[in-house]
Design a protein. Structure first.
Length: 254
């Protein structure tokens, strides 16, 4: 529960500070860091853990495939939304474009965030039940991604006419759904331990989808060497963070 709260509420508060101070460069850096953290968490820890827990590789790969297609469909129908675009970010939209868009989607963003945070809670619970180390790493990966995602949502809500206080309070309520998801995941998966590897596979699909369909395309828009080098460095730092955490925990375990 502590990991769920930190990954949700703490990341939300940091996002609020960044949003209200319009530190867009910091948000861009967080996107690059998130890619390294999420992909290394997926391929170095979550999926290997899932495959160690069950002798059903076809079922796990099918779960990853189904997850990727499912997240695609959810995003298509605006249930799941990951957008970091806002006025003044250098995208070629006419003035006021985002405000018109946000006016009709502000509440949908909150609904989508609530659903997304609920599933994050389930995934963190499954990771902790599989292995405490994996739980910590999964919570860290979600924390890293939540900051740029919430910054984007904050700015869209502000453009839609929400006050700063209302935007923060509503986002906070949505983030607390992660706690509900964590409790549901813990008590449900405790009864059906055999489902844990498949939940980990689904979580991995979510991380892959977010990194590949949302975060990396944002980074690809910035093509100059001056912008590319920091991206590469921060992706490497993200991978290194996960590697160091894993190594230190293995050391304590032994």
């Amino acid at each position: 529960m502590l990991a769920v709260l930190i990954s949700g509420v703490a990341s939300l508060s940091i996002a609020a500070v960044l949003s209200f101070s319009t530190m867009s460069k910091m948000v861009e850096r967080m996107v690059s860091l998130s890619v390294g953290v999420m992909l290394s968490t997926t391929f170095l820890h979550a999926l290997p853990e899932a495959f160690e827990m069950t002798h059903d590789p076809v079922g796990l790969f099918a779960t990853v495939l189904g997850g990727l297609l499912g997240f695609f469909l959810l995003e298509k129908f605006s249930v799941l939304r990951h957008s970091h675009h806002h006025e003044g970010d250098g995208h070629d939209h006419e003035a006021g474009h985002d405000k018109r868009e946000a006016g009709s989607t502000g509440w949908m963003i909150l609904v989508g965030d609530g659903f997304h945070n609920f599933t994050d809670g389930i995934m963190i619970a499954a990771a902790f039940m599989a292995d405490v180390q994996l739980g910590v790493i999964t919570a860290l990966a979600i924390f890293a991604h939540e900051i740029p995602q919430e910054v984007g949502d904050f700015i869209v809500l502000l453009n839609a006419g929400f006050s700063r206080t209302r935007a923060y309070v509503y986002n906070l309520l949505c983030s607390l759904l992660a706690v509900v998801g964590g409790l549901v995941g813990y008590y449900t998966l405790e009864q059906v331990q055999s489902l844990i590897p498949y939940v980990l596979a689904l979580a991995s699909a979510g991380f892959i989808y977010i990194a590949v369909s949302d975060l990396i395309p944002q980074m690809q828009r910035r093509t100059s060497i001056r912008e590319t080098i920091p991206q590469i460095i921060l992706i490497t730092v993200g991978v290194a963070i996960i590697f160091v955490i894993t190594s230190s925990m293995h050391g304590h375990a032994h």
